[in-house]
Design a protein around this ligand. Structure first.
Ligand SMILES: *Cc1c(COP(=O)(O)O)cnc(C)c1O
Length: 383
């Protein structure tokens, strides 16, 4: 597999025709258990919490796309949601361990670390991880995990993964990179020194807003074994149908990301040049503070844009209810365009914390519709 390119791996890794029937598509193995010839003698599957062939196909495919193929020591564990993946990583820690996370991490990640992990004796520091000083200031002697999300949600801040990896190594901490926004098509954190990559496969990997899922990929044999143990011991697995939906979605990931990149870049430029818009956040804009690092570590800038209208909060409220094609909804990364107000929707749980987002902020998840229709829709909604 190693010599194949991304698009080819997406369609072939883990997806040999079904040995029993020749079916080209990996079947949805709706079974909880597997027959054994004698106790302990079986074809590799015993019980579907531990392993299921549809999930195995997805895990092989996604690991290969993050640069971990069958000959490497690591692998992927697929989970029932992105936050279930985060929770699994939490189980790797012990009381007294410290986590460093960005001060605009995904709200659900922040809530899990600060309200759930914290109850189990885990301490944390949220800081500005976009600079070397920021990361060094946040790190403690007890830091076991440096949590990086790049680009961040919803402010699209860019964190230098290679730099964070160097500091993690010096500290003796693991570097986790939430790669949900970029996907392995645009960014490969393990090749930049990351220890674990996390995904909400609900977003671009699934790509069609029809399933909730997550995954962790690592190239470290020991971490992989521990994550497999935790997946089996705690049980947050995707069912075979959900695993199938993500496996199927990933087959077109490269095509979709190309269009997300193109559409978002055109729309970000339109918004930046429009007097009705006060500020735009998109790492693809040369004016964006993260642009230089993004150009180094990503091959495209993705489909999420945030902006603040010149007329402020009230204008933001009316814009999100006036679009016709951009649906007012949480989530992102699907083929259809979405619009939302993070402060009132996805990021409500961070109100009053150091992660608070600007009140008038509008977040767009730019889909793969025709860009002219999307531009016309936004132009009308901006009033
Ligand atoms: C959505 C999201 C998550 C959480 O994933 P779920 O599948 O909703 O549990 C984590 N990180 C980022 C960046 C996200 O956008």
């Amino acid at each position: 597999m190693t010599e194949d390119q991304f698009e080819t791996i997406a369609i072939h890794a883990g997806q040999q025709p079904d040995p029993a029937t020749g079916a080209v598509v990996v079947p949805i193995y709706a079974t909880s258990t597997y027959v054994q010839e004698a106790p302990g003698v079986h074809k590799g599957y015993e019980y579907s919490r531990t392993d299921n062939p549809t999930r195995t196909a997805l895990q092989t495919q996604l690991a290969a796309l993050e640069g971990v193929d069958e000959h490497d020591d690591g692998g992927c564990v697929a989970t029932s949601s992105g936050l279930a993946a985060t929770a699994l990583i939490g189980y790797l820690l012990s009381p007294g361990d410290h986590i460093v996370l960005p001060n605009d991490a995904y709200g659900g990640t922040f809530r899990l670390i600060t309200q759930v992990f914290a109850k189990h004796g885990i301490t944390w520091t949220a800081g500005d991880l976009t600079t070397e000083e920021g990361i060094r200031e946040a790190v403690r002697e007890t830091t076991k995990l440096i949590w990086v999300e790049t680009p961040t949600n919803p402010l699209l801040r860019i964190i230098d993964i290679a730099l964070a990896a160097d500091i993690a190594r010096e500290t003796g901490a693991w570097l986790v990179v939430d790669n949900t926004f970029a996907t392995p098509y645009l960014q490969q954190p393990l090749s930049l020194g990351g220890d674990m990559v996390l995904h909400s496969s609900t977003k671009y990997l699934g790509g069609h807003s029809d399933t909730v899922g997550g995954a962790i990929i690592t190239n470290d044999a020991d971490l992989y074994e521990r994550l497999r143990f935790l997946q089996n011991s705690t049980g947050p697995i995707p069912g075979p149908f959900d695993a199938y939906l993500v496996l199927r979605g990933i087959k077109t990931l490269a095509l979709r990301m190309e269009r997300h990149n193109q559409n978002a870049s055109i729309i970000a430029n339109f918004l930046e040049g429009d007097p009705r818009v006060a500020r735009v956040w998109y790492p693809g804009l040369p004016s964006d503070p993260g642009h230089e690092i993004a150009r180094r570590q990503m091959t495209g800038f993705g489909g999420v844009i945030s902006f603040v209208p010149t007329a402020g909060l009230e204008a933001a409220h009316s814009i999100v209810t006036r679009t016709r094609l951009f649906f007012l909804a949480e989530s992102l990364g699907g083929v259809e365009s979405l619009i939302e107000l993070p402060a009132l929707m996805t990021h409500l749980s961070v109100e009053g914390t150091e992660l608070e987002v600007p009140q008038g902020l509008v977040r767009l998840s730019v889909g793969v519709e025709h860009v002219d229709d999307l531009l016309a829709d936004l132009d009308r909604a901006l009033g």
